[in-house]
Design a protein around this ligand. Structure first.
Ligand SMILES: *Cc1c(COP(=O)(O)O)cnc(C)c1O
Length: 361
């Protein structure tokens, strides 16, 4: 069987050239007679890999020097607790914007450690929009404001970074990291589970401004303390070695093959336009999100008929377009079109949808 077009929301498609390099280097990494999976994380060979991964991430994302980059485990979900444990340390309060299930989970977890407050929510309309935000809505004494930049399940995204005044902004960028340039200096902390756009599962990336470190709550487990990982170069314990190596290959692909995040963003906009333009014209398929909030990465859509949705998903899968089933809270379909999805995937999907529409008109 050949490779399919994989529209999975995560873990998700990786660049083919990256998979080929990984395959070539699998048994014998650059003449050292072992796989990256087998080598000691304290070895010189591996030290070069993790250092190169960090320096590439800094270069590609243009991360300022006063930010630490941490390679952790536990997924974005662990950050829901790590963020409050480390940052809710001055006034023990934080503001949350709830734009989806992930943002809501982050808020609920934070509420276990201090006074978390929902400043705005889009739950009234199944999270199909981003609430209007204004600096006056945020508590100037909050320790931070938390947002989820791209809502993987609902297909909405912030197209502007909210103004939070002097309150540090924390963002979950799991499903939009590396998809377009981001002004890191506007944030106190960014975090992402790698398995959407950065590499395989197992790696969680945290980018944190260094003045926010060093004041974790006393109850914070050692492994949940950012300072410990920062002081140890993400080597306090065994890091997710192979996933870090894979992310390094993905970053090399973005830098050398694509030409950086401006070009990556342009390619992503072209891809998304192919699908959204079709959805706007179609008499059968409709997007669930209005244009101004649409995500470049995840596009939910419906026919309005559950049976027809199920038929479409089944026929699409047989034709090599897989993982198009939408999240159960939205229903219908969702096409995730992360960095590694080629534009051909969208063009062929849209052609398939055209034909399906004709057959089922
Ligand atoms: C997938 C996802 C998560 C959960 O990530 P895990 O690594 O599975 O914990 C959190 N937030 C967003 C925005 C996601 O897309």
């Amino acid at each position: 069987m050949g490779r399919v077009y994989n529209f999975s929301a995560g873990p998700s498609v990786l660049p083919e050239s990256v998979l080929k390099i990984a395959a070539e280097e699998m048994m014998d990494y650059r003449g050292c007679g072992q796989s990256v999976m087998e080598m000691s994380h304290r070895s010189k060979v591996y030290d070069d890999i993790i250092k190169e991964a960090e320096s590439l991430l800094r270069e590609v994302m243009n991360i300022p020097d006063n930010y630490k980059v941490l390679f952790l485990q536990g997924g974005a979900s662990s950050q829901f607790a790590m963020v409050p444990m480390n940052l809710m340390n001055r006034n023990k309060k934080a503001d949350y914007v709830v734009t989806g299930q992930w943002a809501k989970k982050a808020y609920k977890e934070a509420a276990r450690y201090g006074a978390a407050r929902v400043v705005a929510s889009s739950e009234d309309k199944t999270f199909n929009y981003i609430p209007k935000l204004d600096v006056s809505m945020f508590d100037p004494d909050a320790d931070y404001v938390h947002i989820c930049m791209n809502n993987t399940i609902y297909g909405t995204a912030y197209h502007e970074i909210p103004d939070t005044g002097n309150v540090p902004l924390v963002a979950d960028i799991s499903s939009c990291a590396l998809s377009e340039p981001l002004d890191v200096s506007r944030f106190g902390l960014l975090y992402a589970g790698a398995q959407k756009n950065m590499g395989p599962a197992g790696l969680t990336v945290v980018i944190v401004r260094d003045d926010l470190l060093g004041n974790a709550m006393d109850l914070t487990p050692t492994m949940f303390n950012y300072q410990i990982h920062a002081d140890n170069g993400s080597m306090f314990n065994t890091p997710p070695c192979y996933s870090i190596y894979m992310m390094k290959l993905v970053l090399e692909w973005i830098k050398n093959d694509i030409g950086g995040l401006e070009k990556m963003a342009k390619a992503n906009r072209h891809k998304a336009k192919v699908l959204y333009d079709f959805l706007n014209d179609s008499n059968l398929f409709n997007p669930t999100v209005a244009k101004e909030y649409q995500s470049l990465m995840n596009a939910p859509f419906v026919t309005g008929n559950k049976d027809l949705d199920a038929k479409f998903i089944k026929e699409a899968e047989a034709a090599g377009f897989v993982n198009l089933k939408g999240h159960r809270s939205v229903g219908g379909m969702r096409a995730s079109m992360y960095n590694a999805m080629p534009i051909e995937g969208l063009i062929e999907l849209v052609w398939f949808m055209c034909q399906f529409e004709e057959r089922n008109a």
